[in-house]
Design a protein around this ligand. Structure first.
Ligand code: S3P
Length: 248
């Protein structure tokens, strides 16, 4: 927990000068991830122009996000599985989402590597993709047995029919969708992604995204993340989960 102090007129940026003059100092005791989510929302409001029409204060956004987080945490009864292409932010967003909801975070790729004792790239090279997909299915099935956790899955997991069925029946599946150009710009390590060991990884991403669209479309929830920071994506996922759980 951190003690933070914000002058919201300065944080909001687009607030008229008159308002800035009357802006006041506000103190909260909140978690680091909480303030990042609030600031991301505030920035989204500022960019979309809604800040001028109905100026939400950081305090009101914070309280909104806290209420939202509590509602989702209370209603969740099964794993939240993040699916989507390589570079869609499943691990980063998943880790932060788990932190917000106070749930364990599981990364199926990391679990596979830990139990195999070799990297994903080595599994592809030594045993082939089919073997990898069966290890992936086992890892996802084991995670689904645990109950409410946040599970980040490998990009191709839902393209395997059996794994797709297991994900859709036993977890809430959230597709983090983004354009190939966005994915390309976000991918930190190409060497650890054997499917991108091609002459033109961006073209490969485009091709895979097209081929996989129908599989990702099986997800219960879709969140488009192109313009979103990780914090804003977490809040967007929480909002979508809240709506999904309300109508379930
Ligand atoms: C894959 C994505 C990778 C990893 C493997 C195959 C895919 O995971 O599971 O290289 O088929 O898209 P990330 O999506 O976490 O990069």
């Amino acid at each position: 927990m951190a003690r933070i102090c914000l002058q919201y007129g300065i944080v909001a940026g687009a607030v008229p000068r008159r308002r800035m003059a009357t802006a006041h100092l506000t103190f909260w005791h909140i978690s680091d991830s909480g303030i990042f989510a609030a600031l991301a929302e505030l920035r989204a409001h500022t960019m979309s122009g809604t800040m001028h029409a109905a100026m939400p204060t950081t305090r009101s956004i914070m309280s909104d996000i806290t209420t939202l987080t509590k509602a989702v945490a209370k209603a969740i009864d099964r794993p939240i599985a993040l699916v989507g292409m390589m570079g869609s932010g499943k691990s980063l967003v998943g880790r932060r989402l788990a932190q917000r909801l106070d749930l364990a975070f599981i990364d199926s790729d990391s679990d596979i590597e830990a139990s195999a004792g070799i990297s994903i790239a080595e599994i592809f090279e030594l045993a082939g993709e089919d073997k990898f997909r069966s290890l992936e299915r086992e890892a996802i099935s084991a995670a689904a047995d645990i109950g409410p956790v946040v599970l980040s899955t490998g990009g191709g997991s839902i393209c395997d029919a059996e794994t797709a069925q297991l994900l859709c029946e036993r977890t809430i599946v959230v597709w983090l969708q983004a354009q190939p150009e966005t994915l390309f710009s976000r991918i930190g390590s190409f060497s650890s992604r054997p499917l991108l060991h091609t002459d033109d990884p961006l073209a490969t991403l485009r091709d895979l995204a097209t081929k996989r669209e129908a599989d990702y479309g099986k997800a219960h929830i879709t969140v488009t993340t192109d313009q979103l920071s990780a914090a804003a994506a977490v809040t967007a996922v929480l909002r979508a989960l809240d709506s999904h759980l309300a109508v379930k």
